[in-house]
Ligand binder design. Structure first.
Ligand code: NAP
Ligand code: GLV
Length: 316
């Protein structure tokens, strides 16, 4: 079997060696511009269009991450980019959920105990004891209850704060209040009412673009917190700055941005109420990702079905 590989980062050769060890019978090659030769599978992250288009015979594209928005954007811009019969398969957890849980738990505890306010007080040389937020009303809302969102919701509930979640279709999670339906529908607003800290773990699709906007911020508890760990396109940036300026929101933690790296002159760098991390809340772990993908390639080669197949029209 022939496998094409594309990962625009420095340790790509280590990944190739790992894949070769996991799939000893496979013929692996790193894609180079102009390579239009046949392949059975592609293992890629943010591939150039030429890698995917005009590649008849491709059986499946494995995305080296959970979010497939970059690949689906190529298809939306130029329909037919994705080979017609190829499955698009994304990573399912593969070590990302634990990292995401740690990241979100940290943000919840930091805001609950007001460590963000203590850091600002320290910068001013001020010694004040601040009352922590009451735990029982520090309601955390998780937008998106998929592979990552469901585990994040459970891990935050273990901190003893009330947790609720929202998804497109109905989900049941023990101990977590759930709502479902269309974004900006009645159920969505019922979910938002009373939320003190909103975590976004939706996929980036045309439906979810700018979902973190003034309308949503206004429905949260006054002085709420926003944690965006999904994609930068979910956030209406000026709405966030306005909401921080007028007290609608108290602070935000952002791991993802419309432009990455975040440009040095971006206003977010200068807003002390915004905490920035460089798209590092849940990294793709090499060994876990290779093992999951190799197992799925072997299953497909045996004619079996696999999980994690993206529904192209739905966008995730
Ligand atoms: P997933 O399993 O596909 O879950 C997506 C969830 O969002 C599902 O619960 C889905 O509802 C819900 N959803 C989708 N569209 C919706 C809509 N229009 N309205 C309401 N709910 C909607 O995805 P995942 O593996 O948890 O990953 C989520 C996202 O996290 C990825 O797409 C990626 O962008 C991001 N991510 C970021 C990092 C990072 O380092 N920052 C790392 C990994 C992933 P249903 O349950 O009804 O389908
Ligand atoms: C990272 O952002 C991912 O989608 O896995």
């Amino acid at each position: 079997m022939k496998i094409l590989f594309w990962l625009p980062q420095a340790d790509a050769s280590t990944w190739l060696h790992g894949l070769a060890r996991a799939l000893p019978g496979a013929e692996l090659r790193e894609w180079q511009p102009g390579d239009n030769a046949a392949a059975d599978y592609a293992v890629v992250w943010r591939p150039p269009r030429e890698l995917l288009s005009a590649r008849p015979g491709l059986r499946a594209i494995f995305n080296l991450g959970a979010g497939v928005d970059a690949i689906l954007a190529l298809e939306r811009e130029q329909p037919g980019t994705l080979p017609r019969d190829a499955l698009l398969v994304r990573l399912e957890d593969s070590g990302m959920a634990d990292q995401m849980c740690e990241y979100v738990q940290h943000a919840v505890l930091r805001y609950l105990r007001r460590f963000d306010d203590y850091a600002l007080a320290q910068a001013r040389g001020e010694w004040h004891v601040l009352a922590p937020h009451p735990r029982e009303t520090f309601t955390v809302g998780v937008l998106g209850l998929g592979v990552l969102g469901a585990q994040v919701a459970r891990s935050v509930a273990a901190l003893g704060v009330p947790v609720r979640g929202f998804s497109r279709s109905a989900r049941h999670l023990d101990g977590i209040a759930t709502w479902s339906g269309p974004l900006h529908g009645e159920q969505f607003y019922a979910f938002l009412d009373g939320v003190k800290l909103l975590v976004n773990l939706l996929p980036a699709t045309p439906d979810t673009e700018n979902i973190l906007d003034a309308r949503v911020f206004a429905r949260l508890e006054r002085g709420a917190y926003v944690v965006n760990v999904a994609r930068g396109t979910h956030l209406a940036e000026q709405d966030l700055l306005d909401a921080l300026a007028d007290g609608t929101l108290a602070a935000a933690t952002l791991d993802v941005f419309r432009e990455e790296p975040l440009p040095p002159d971006h206003l977010f760098w200068r807003e002390t109420r915004i905490t920035i991390t460089p798209h590092s809340s849940a990294l793709t772990l090499r060994d876990e990702a290779i093992s999951q993908i190799a197992d799925k390639i072997e299953a497909l080669a045996r004619g079996e079905t696999v999980s994690g197949v993206v529904h192209i029209e739905r966008g995730y």
